[in-house]
Design a protein around this ligand. Structure first.
Ligand code: NAD
Ligand code: AKB
Length: 318
């Protein structure tokens, strides 16, 4: 049985992934960690082992991996796109120096390392439609720069040292458990909360801007499926294009209106986030993931909207 350390376990993905992994691999085999304990996430902190680890502190990271006999590190600690444009130094430090520490510990302690990349690893010169697995990657955000460099560094640790590194390029993730941590695709989460609470939403992303998206249950499956995929079948490693749907603000609003007819969408465009969105693909080609490890998402826009609205109605006590 794997012994897994989840770094950045209290974020949007980690808070759900940790609970899911504990069901599959056993509570004691999944150590959650973050740079501090966060109020509201007692479920994750108290349901199994939890360690305070800042991934920029390589010594502490190494001690925790050794002490807990970890053999798999899932690295979710990161600074996302919008926050990264505000604090590029922090984005570099966590996303690059932190990742370097994770890979070094992985090399020294013989751990597999899973690190998500993002659609942010593409840029304005990337073919925007049906973006191929292997293509131009010249992003113009600090987050994107760290994601491309991170992909390369992970591949380097695989080819040079044999560290079993794997990753996916996630699109925007939509979920109801934990709010997103400061990205460009966050509008597609906010819109559901506001539709239920106020029947209206002012989108910070402009009309007609298409981006790839995915519902969290599919994202969690992508991580566990690729983690357990047969290494002999993997031609790529860092990182696989994965997607489940592509839509613009009008399309997600239309899907919400089917359940809340009085819902109204307006626009209050954020220039920085819009520029980021404009530099990302409209839709990804994820055939390499399908061929090499059986990627097959379950949710589309309509089924996701139905589930999001049902789950959020309960969560918000409406
Ligand atoms: P998040 O911002 O919700 O969570 C990240 C967590 O890492 C936070 O709890 C934060 O406190 C913690 N953290 C930050 N710096 C740290 C440090 N130095 N040491 C330890 N912990 C630290 O992010 P997420 O959405 O869960 O994303 C996880 C990974 O998936 C990231 O690599 C991100 O780039 C990638 N990703 C996410 C999305 C998405 O839409 N959520 C899309 C593409 C890629
Ligand atoms: C962000 O918007 O920064 C993330 C991502 C797509 O990487 N959700």
């Amino acid at each position: 049985m794997r012994k897994i350390l989840v770094a950045g376990a209290l974020g949007q993905i980690g808070s759900e992934l940790t609970m899911g992994l504990r069901e599959v691999y056993g509570v004691d085999n999944v150590i959650a960690s973050s740079r501090s304990a966060k109020a509201g996430l007692e479920k994750v902190i108290e349901s199994g082992p939890f360690e305070v680890v800042d991934i920029t502190d390589g010594k502490k990271l190494h001690e925790v991996v050794k002490k807990n006999k970890v053999d798999t590190i899932i690295n979710l600690a990161a600074v996302l796109s919008a926050v990264g444009e505000k604090y590029p130094d922090r984005a570099w430090d966590v996303n690059m120096n932190g990742l370097y520490n994770i890979l070094e510990v992985g090399r020294q302690e013989n751990c597999s390392v899973f690190t998500p990349s993002s659609i942010a690893a593409f840029g304005p010169s990337t073919p925007p439609d049906n973006t191929p697995q292997d293509t131009i990657q010249r992003p113009n955000t600090m987050y994107g720069v760290t994601k491309v460099a991170g992909e390369l560094l992970c591949d380097y640790y695989y080819t040079k040292y044999g560290v079993d590194t794997r990753g996916v390029r996630f699109p925007g993730l939509i979920s109801y458990e934990t709010l997103p941590g400061g990205g460009t695709t966050d509008y597609a989460v906010e819109i559901y909360y506001e539709a239920l609470k106020n029947k209206k939403y002012a989108s910070f992303i402009a009309k007609g801007t298409k981006m790839d998206m995915m519902y969290m249950p599919d994202a969690l499956n992508a991580i566990t499926q690729l983690l357990e995929a047969d290494p002999d079948k993997l031609i790529h490693r860092n990182a696989f294009n994965v997607t489940a749907m592509s839509f613009d603000p009008e399309e997600i609003a239309a899907s919400i209106k089917k359940h809340i007819p009085e819902f109204e969408l307006s626009y209050d465009v954020d220039k920085v986030k819009q520029a980021i969105a404009d530099s990302w693909p409209n839709s990804l080609d994820d055939s390499a993931a399908k061929e090499q490890w059986g990627w097959n998402p379950e949710y589309n826009l309509e089924t996701m909207t139905k589930d999001m609205l049902e789950k959020l109605t309960i969560k918000l006590g409406l």
